[in-house]
Design a protein around this ligand. Structure first.
Ligand SMILES: Cc1ncc(COP(=O)(O)O)c(C=O)c1O
Length: 363
């Protein structure tokens, strides 16, 4: 892959000509092809209505293309991937479906996003015990009552990777929050050794808000009940009260997805596939590494990180600084709880974005 095609990719994102947009860790930028696909879809529906067979055939086709795109990214068979509305949705679906009981324990890290801590708090309210340990030490912290380890694949605070190899060797089920993983780092989900992988579509895949995925391993599938069976989740919806869930991971699909959002998601996945994920990852990781080095040279303390897309550092009065950066045309994330700012680098980013960030920071 040549720099030229990464330049072509960058040119697809109008926002990048105005802003140093370094916040894909929240929401990725939107490419013109995806905006055009969304417009075309809503105009089609405005013109043709949404009731006939062609609409439903097109809708199902987009769902399956989105699923296939996610499955290809994860290196998983398409039958193992469900379409969700978010990482939080996927995490919640697994936790509800596992039906853990009082006396069971879930182990998590002390740096999880509310997309994990929220659903875990729900489990605690049901009497399931939830214990925390540092992300790097999760495998050693597993106890005799630990039924599930639920943690980030990539920490949203630091960009550090979870100890997936050690977790894969341990007896409990493992649920990875892949919000900062999918689209950001290469994934072979079977090799990761987890049982469940929940990810977001709107971050590093630059899809619509309300998109995401849940991978369920074939062994773990047998442990789950289907949380929200509905028309699209059933093998034979006409069977009424006797209807059984689909045998594939489609049983875990969110019951309703927006057709306009599907058009957006599919267009983005196709754009990235044309560009090639290897080149996208290499550019993003190299730039993030460079950013970490340059920030350290500027006297900033950068949180220990791995080869990922996120760089977080301590900054005095971080909320005010993130506002001042925005005024200077640089979009980063203030992380609550600490005086931390976080910059997100994608395959669409370039050195100019980093220079704008560095110039806008006080010496
Ligand atoms: C690590 C992590 N988990 C979960 C989430 C929530 O993602 P979603 O909005 O797709 O549920 C985020 C969002 O920033 C995140 O960074």
């Amino acid at each position: 892959m040549t720099a030229e095609s990464l330049a072509d990719l960058r040119a697809q994102f109008p926002v990048l000509s105005r802003l140093a947009y370094l916040n894909a860790g929240t929401n990725g930028p939107i490419a013109s092809v995806a905006a055009a696909a969304s417009r075309a879809q809503i105009e089609l529906e405005e013109r043709e209505g949404r009731g006939g067979m062609p609409f439903f055939v097109g809708y199902r086709d987009m769902m399956e293309r989105q699923r296939a795109g996610y499955a290809a990214y994860l290196g998983a068979p398409v039958e193992q991937v469900a379409l969700t509305s978010s990482t939080t949705d996927g995490v919640g679906r697994v936790l509800v479906s596992l039906n853990l009981q009082p006396g069971d324990e879930i182990l998590t890290s002390d740096e999880e996003h509310p997309g994990v801590t929220g659903p875990l708090a729900g489990q605690r309210a049901r009497g399931v015990e939830v214990r925390t340990a540092p992300l790097a030490q999760l495998a050693e912290a597993i106890g005799p009552r630990t039924k599930l380890v639920a943690c980030s694949h990539v920490s949203w605070r630091s960009g550090a990777l979870a100890p997936t190899a050690a977790l894969a060797q341990a007896p409990p089920l493992v649920l990875l929050d892949g919000a900062q993983g999918v689209g950001a780092v290469p994934i072979d989900v079977a090799e990761l050794g987890a049982d469940f992988y929940a990810g977001s579509g709107q971050k590093w895949l630059c899809g619509p808000t309300g998109s995401g995925m849940l991978w369920v391993s074939p062994q773990a599938r047998e442990r789950l009940t289907v949380p929200t069976p509905g028309y699209l989740n059933l093998a034979d919806p006409a069977a009424g009260l006797d209807a059984e869930p689909r045998a594939d991971a489609g049983a875990f699909d969110t019951p309703a997805l927006s057709s306009v959002a599907l058009a957006h998601a599919v267009a983005m996945l196709e754009l990235f596939e044309q560009t090639g994920w290897d080149a996208i990852h290499r550019r993003a990781h190299d730039l993030a590494e460079l950013a970490a080095r340059r920030l350290a040279e500027r006297g900033r303390t950068v949180l220990p990180r791995d080869r990922t897309t996120l760089v977080s550092w301590y900054e005095d009065d971080a909320p005010a600084r993130s506002e001042a950066l925005l005024e200077a045309g640089v979009v980063v994330r203030f992380l609550p709880g600490d005086e931390l700012l976080r910059a997100s680098f994608g395959g669409w980013s370039d050195e100019q974005d980093l220079e704008r960030l560095l110039e806008a920071l006080p010496a």
